[in-house]
Design a protein around this ligand. Structure first.
Ligand code: KG4
Ligand code: ZN
Length: 383
């Protein structure tokens, strides 16, 4: 893989090998294929059907929020049990809305990364259906699923582009050469963006799920009201760090006591601004470094109103296009998994029944070669 020479005197050093990446599937498929997608990696039990395009036929999501809310966050054991209880009715509903299992040509299911006990539920249902109907099936990387939400809208984003994947467990920047070819440019060194939203929401007493509650409470708030740190600023790195922000929030609350009314809105707007500022600045830097013409936003935090607004603004100012899937396709769903499955199954990729779930699976590596620790380092950027 050649080194990337970048504009403005910036240089992105040669990044580690990517030989484990499968050859990119063709973007166009001449036949017809209808794919059932199943997602159960965390706290949403979801099933969806996509047709050629890929295009959403039906998208069913059962949220486990009510089951986890009393505990202030996702409890893995409860998540697995909820998936087991709900998955059959969720899959049956998606299939009924799409015209039945007889209309399905292939199955895609989230294989990882995620909670193992939860992943296994979706995986076993997918395998059972595939076995009983002799259907081809494939295990999908959840992060590729998030990126594939962008394929469900028209017009689709073009390649290459930079992708910012921000969710409850991940904050990553990738250079996406084309579907299936990802180069990791940077990631979080501690908390993920969604985790930062959720932890601060907990400190504020807003409960779970935190991100969307901060988003709502921030409406009408002053984003400049509270001065908060921006860690790992600017061009020295494409990594993120949000743990300092969480500490600053805790210190502020220790001084001010529990916030209410306008003070609460101002604080939420300030936190949201700090997170959105860092995320969008780094994404723009990544696009400049790689000379990509645009940025695709994905993952649950991509539903945040300020992140969307600021990315749009900054992309326009930097002559880049910005692509954001509809909010409902940003948070966990199975349509995005079916879309990724459609891309892969359409070109003949298949998995075998000995394939298991994986809790760690960096995008751009095969699941079975994923290192158990963060030993895979990215190249350095110097300016
Ligand atoms: O992608 P996702 O649904 O699940 C994971 O793969 O993790 O992302 C969930 C994360 C949670 O941390 C949630 O608080 C955050 O996305 N989130 C938001 C918003 N909606 C969901 N964060 C900020 N603003 C939102 N509107
Ligand atoms: Zn997700």
């Amino acid at each position: 893989m050649p080194a990337l020479d970048c504009r403005g005197g910036l240089f992105l050093a040669r990044l580690p090998h990517t030989q484990q990446i499968a050859p990119p599937p063709r973007l166009r498929y001449e036949g017809t294929m209808r794919v059932l997608g199943i997602e159960s990696s965390c706290d949403e039990t979801a099933a969806a059907v996509v047709d050629d395009g890929p295009r959403v036929v039906t998208n069913v999501v059962h949220s486990q929020v009510a089951a986890h809310a009393p505990f202030g966050g996702v409890v893995p054991e409860i998540a697995s049990r909820e998936h087991i209880t709900r998955i059959v009715e969720v899959v049956e509903r998606a299939l009924a809305e799409a015209g039945g299992l007889d209309t399905i040509d292939g199955i895609a299911v989230t294989r990882g990364p995620g909670l193992i006990g939860s992943l296994l539920v979706g995986l076993q249902v997918a395998k059972g259906l595939a076995l009983s109907r002799k259907l081809p099936w494939i295990g999908i990387n959840h992060l590729e699923g998030h990126l594939s939400a962008a394929l469900l809208a028209e017009p689709r984003p073009s390649y290459p582009h930079v992708a910012l994947v921000i969710s409850g467990g991940h904050s990553n920047l990738y250079y996406v050469e084309r579907f299936g070819m990802y180069r990791h440019l940077g990631g979080t060194r501690d908390d993920a963006a969604g985790e930062a939203f959720d932890k601060v929401a907990k400190l504020l007493g807003l409960g779970y799920p935190g991100g969307v509650r901060i988003d709502k409470t921030a409406q009408g708030g002053n984003p400049a009201a509270v001065k908060l740190p921006r860690s790992l600023p600017a061009k020295s790195s494409l990594d993120f760090s949000f743990s300092g922000l969480k500490t600053a929030a805790a210190n502020h609350l220790a001084k001010q006591g529990q916030l209410e009314g306008q003070a609460l809105s101002d604080f939420c707007a300030s936190i949201q601004e700090a997170i959105a500022d860092v995320l969008t600045k780094k994404a723009i830097t990544a696009a400049r470094l790689t000379q990509a013409p645009g940025i695709v936003l994905a993952g649950g935090v991509a539903a945040n109103s300020r992140v969307r607004e600021l990315l749009q603004e900054r992309c326009a100012r930097n002559h880049l296009w910005a692509f954001m899937p509809p909010k409902a396709l940003c948070t966990d769903n199975a349509a995005m998994i079916a879309a990724a499955g459609w891309m892969r199954l359409s070109t003949g990729e298949r998995d075998t029944f000995d394939m298991g779930a994986v809790s760690r699976w960096p995008l751009g590596e095969t699941a079975d070669s994923a290192p158990p620790t963060k030993s895979w380092r990215k190249g350095k950027i110097s300016d």
